[in-house]
Design a protein. Structure first.
Length: 395
């Protein structure tokens, strides 16, 4: 069976999307599928190569200086040019509307089955990266394209219960949606003992993007409350736009926290386990907003913290509670409340036995319930069901 998998993301890369795509490609190749992967290019990675057993085509920017939307539209055109010239596919799997809408529209004439992988919708996420879009009429057009892609796709997969409920509210039949949660690779995130600080203060670690929905401003506001009662150092490792990084740097300077906070660039994913192993505890301070509460997500960072056996403090949101058992696998705090976040972190710093108990439980839960192997099995099952489905006659 020939599969086309399209993603307007750079692969490999530091974002969670790259890890997700990589793991799905591995599962599909292991399941016997012939996979053609088409991703965005960065101008440095080769345009054509083999990746995890799949053939990969990377679509580079046509020229410097293009906006995100110009690059996204060009990516969609490149995908459709490929489909027009390539041998027929049995199934087409897309992660965004940028290629998904055109692929879904072309399905009847092409004969392939369609699968829309919804981890996030641009109408919700783009305004966080490009604030000028919030009141722009273009956002309405993007929403229309999302609804059309959802309506035309034969099957939809998403990473959380919250996301499924959101898609149902948009008119997608519940039976057409399958939840496939993110996971971890047990061999990469083996639990390790929490380091015992000697002369250095304990390290609070955040790994992920610097997007506003991550709640990093709340974490920074909580830090003075923490260090007033217990020595600590905050380490933020992640990828972000220059505007996002500058906002965090300004907040750190305003609060006089330069000596307590390290703001570091993103690292390759294979470096993340060692980074987590150096931390005393880890945080996921997700904010109370439409991206996290309405659309939903499945934060990979939470699963990786848990699997590595690190005490966890996270925002008390439905998407977190799908993964974390409160007061058993980690401590949860009121979203957007720096005082409550500081209280929970201080609790773990002062009670190493509690921290260790939570970390052991979290590691066991992650290794048994949230693995990429399990996610891959669900994906293969979804492929099999979709390929076996009988087409309804067209009128």
């Amino acid at each position: 069976m020939r599969v086309l998998y399209t993603a307007f993301d750079v692969v490999p890369g530091p974002k969670g999307a790259s890890l997700h795509i990589t793991q799905f490609v591995r599962s599909l190749v292991a399941g016997g599928y012939q996979v053609q992967l088409i991703t965005a290019g960065d101008g440095e990675l080769p345009g054509h190569a083999t990746y995890e057993g799949a053939s990969i085509i990377r679509v580079p920017p046509e020229r410097p200086g293009l906006t995100f939307l110009e690059r996204a539209v060009a990516f969609g055109h490149a995908v459709m040019d490929h489909v027009a010239a390539a041998p027929a596919y049995d199934l087409v799997h897309y992660r965004s509307i940028w290629s998904g809408l055109q692929l879904a529209q072309a399905r009847v004439g092409s004969g392939y089955r369609t699968l829309f992988e919804v981890n996030g919708l641009p109408s919700i996420e783009l305004p966080y990266h490009y604030p000028d879009l919030r009141q722009h009429p273009l956002l309405h057009k993007i929403r229309e394209q999302e609804l059309a892609t959802l309506a035309l796709s034969q099957a939809v997969i998403c990473p959380s219960d919250v996301t499924r409920a959101f898609l149902v509210s948009l008119g997608v039949p519940r039976e057409r949606i399958t939840i496939i949660r993110n996971g971890i690779t047990p061999s990469e995130f083996a639990p390790s003992p929490v380091p015992i600080p000697d002369s250095e203060p304990p390290v609070i670690l955040y790994v992920g993007t610097l997007a506003e929905w991550q709640g990093l401003d709340v974490m920074i506001r909580a830090l003075p409350l923490i260090i007033a009662h217990h020595p600590a150092r905050l380490r933020i490792v992640g990828r972000g736009r220059s505007r996002q990084r500058k906002l965090l740097e300004r907040q750190i300077r305003k609060l006089g926290l330069e000596q307590y906070v390290q703001l570091e660039p993103a690292v390759a994913h294979h470096q993340v386990p060692a980074m987590i192993a150096q931390a005393t505890l880890c945080v996921a301070p997700l904010s109370l907003n439409d991206r996290n509460v309405v659309q939903g997500c499945c934060p990979i960072k939470v699963l990786e913290y848990m699997a590595a056996g690190r005490p966890l403090v996270a925002a008390n949101l439905p998407v977190v509670r799908e993964l974390v058992q409160e007061d058993r696998d980690g401590l949860l705090f009121r979203p957007d409340d720096p005082t409550d976040l500081a209280r929970q972190i201080t609790t773990l710093l002062r009670d190493p036995q509690l921290a260790q108990r939570l970390a052991r439980s979290a590691a066991e839960r992650a290794h048994h319930q949230f693995t990429w192997h399990a996610a891959g099995k669900r994906l293969l099952k979804q492929y099999e069901a979709l390929l076996m489905r009988k087409e309804r006659p067209t009128v």
